[in-house]
Design a protein around this ligand. Structure first.
Ligand code: UDX
Ligand code: ADP
Length: 454
């Protein structure tokens, strides 16, 4: 075996990333460690604890060959030459910077654990999204008080859930930030060598540490900003009669703008966009850049507003009351092809509907377990259904919140026949053909297009 790699944190980022590295570099020994025993047991069984298309197959190729999952973190630290840190860095919920800054407690604990267990020099790679200059703090903690030397690199992850394996196998770019010293350059080269096994060299960018950290925040902020921009336009389309789909198509044909991430809908969710935007806002504020902070904050506020507007639209089209009405929610994950529900718009929509005393029935092919946890406090006001036809039976309305392929395959005549009339369809992702639904008999409400009502 050539080198030994460890990743601390076996979540949505650490698990898939290490599976792909192990798959592409069979001569490296790759270990993934986590404090969560149930998660580790699931990975070890070959049934990953997260749903990600193609992941199971990649894990199967490398598991117990050169890919190992463990809870023995300290032993794994001792054995590793390169340590990726991929623990969670959620938004702080308390104290200074609450609701904005990253909560770095797990991350710092990990840094200290590495320091106390390491007996030989290591390259430590920061993989979690962290505020700019966190690597500097990591460097400081690791290298203070003497002992073995640690070289800290930043290697942000750009994978999107649902397409993680493709994103890892064929990345647009790999970004590696390090110090411009002989040791820093050597550490970067060690990491470049790993990625170069399957990524063309010209796609591997090396930069300073801070640029690398900031680039991750910046990329997510740009993507989120496109969604908020198109959603802001969707409201204008609804009031003026323009069609957001046509506008997005025409705008996206400009090669300087491009067609992706112009899908209007109920707004963005997921573990990254809000967190990274707020991180950026906090950073700007700490630097005394008030206008810049405000600029990025508006992107988040527009997203909140879009969720809010969607629910208000549902209410107003249902005679301003949903008390006692059954509403089927199609899709709870923050996007299709994942079971992840972190910051999913569906959480907000369901909570608001229950507040208005509706009877909510949630269907999702992969996210029902997470939905039950997210809405646990709502008790009987929410039901969970594994069959979309049963979810819609006797409902006054359907709200489609995640664009799962299966929703395009359903028999909507059958669904319509089983619902209370007038039957409303609120398509929060503009996934289905509104004309087809309308001709079946539904009143159809989409985002950024005039309603179709009978
Ligand atoms: C994102 C970034 O894409 C990825 O590079 C980074 O590493 C992590 O954050 P992810 O959150 O997994 O990835 O999913 P993404 O595909 O970016 O979607 C985020 C949210 O935006 C979803 O809720 C999605 O439904 C929404 N979205 C996306 C839209 O509302 N409209 C669009 O046109 C595209
Ligand atoms: P991400 O989407 O960034 O991968 P996740 O929450 O899916 O975030 O994964 C982070 C993982 O890190 C979790 O499985 C969590 O148990 C693990 N973790 C958090 N703190 C530690 C720690 N000190 N040591 C090992 N693993 C940790």
């Amino acid at each position: 075996m050539k080198k030994s790699i460890l990743c601390i944190g076996a979540g949505y980022v650490g698990g898939p990333t290490m599976a792909v590295i192990a798959d592409r570099c069979p001569d490296y020994r790759v270990q993934v460690a986590d404090i969560n025993e149930a998660r580790i047991r699931a990975w070890q069984s070959g049934e990953p604890p997260i749903y990600e298309p193609g992941l199971k197959e990649v894990v199967a190729r490398a598991l117990n060959r050169n890919l190992f999952f463990t809870t023995e973190i300290e032993k794994a630290i001792e054995e590793a030459d390169i340590i990726f840190v991929s623990v969670n860095t959620p938004t702080k919920t308390f104290g200074e910077g609450a609701g904005m800054a990253a909560d770095l407690q797990y991350w710092e604990r990990t840094a200290r654990q590495i320091k106390s267990c390491a007996k030989t020099p290591k390259i430590v790679v920061e993989k979690s999204t962290v505020p700019v200059r966190t690597a500097e703090a990591m460097d400081y903690i690791l290298n203070s008080g003497g002992g073995v030397h640690f070289e800290v690199l930043s290697n942000p992850e750009f994978l999107a859930e649902g397409t993680a394996i493709r994103d890892l196998m064929e990345p647009d770019r790999v970004l590696i930030g390090g110090k411009n010293t002989p040791e820093g350059r050597a550490a970067m080269e060690a990491l470049v060598t790993i990625y170069a096994r399957w990524v063309p060299r010209e796609r591997i960018l090396t930069t300073g540490v801070w640029s690398s950290e900031l680039s991750k925040l910046a990329a997510n902020a740009f993507l989120a900003q496109r969604i908020s921009s198109i959603n802001a336009l969707s409201a204008l389309c609804e009031t003026t009669g323009a069609d957001i789909g046509e506008v997005a198509l025409a705008v996206g044909r400009d090669s300087r703008i491009g067609p992706r991430f112009l899908g209007a809908g109920v707004g963005f969710g997921g573990s990254c966009f809000r967190k990274d935007l707020l991180n950026l806002v906090y950073l700007c504020e700490c630097q005394g850049l008030r206008e810049e902070a405000e600029y990025w904050r508006r992107v988040v506020l527009m997203n909140d507003h879009q969720r809010h507007r969607f629910v208000r639209g549902m209410l107003s089209h249902m005679f301003n009351t949903v008390v006692g009405k059954r509403i089927a929610v199609f899709g709870f994950a923050f996007k299709a092809d994942t079971g992840d529900t972190r910051d999913s718009p569906a959480i907000y929509v369901c909570r608001r509907l229950v507040e208005e005393r509706a009877q909510v029935v949630v269907h999702d092919p992969r996210a029902l377990d997470n939905a039950r946890v997210d809405l646990a406090d709502l008790g009987d006001a929410v039901a969970y259904e594994t069959d979309p036809y049963r979810a819609a039976e006797g409902a006054h309305a359907i709200a489609l919140l995640t664009a799962w392929d299966l929703y395009a395959q359903l028999d909507y005549q059958r669904i319509y026949d089983s619902m209370i009339k007038p039957a409303c369809f609120f398509d929060g992702r503009n996934q289905l053909d509104p004309d087809k639904l309308f001709s079946i008999g539904f009143n159809v409400y989409t985002v950024g297009r005039p309603p179709r009502t009978h």
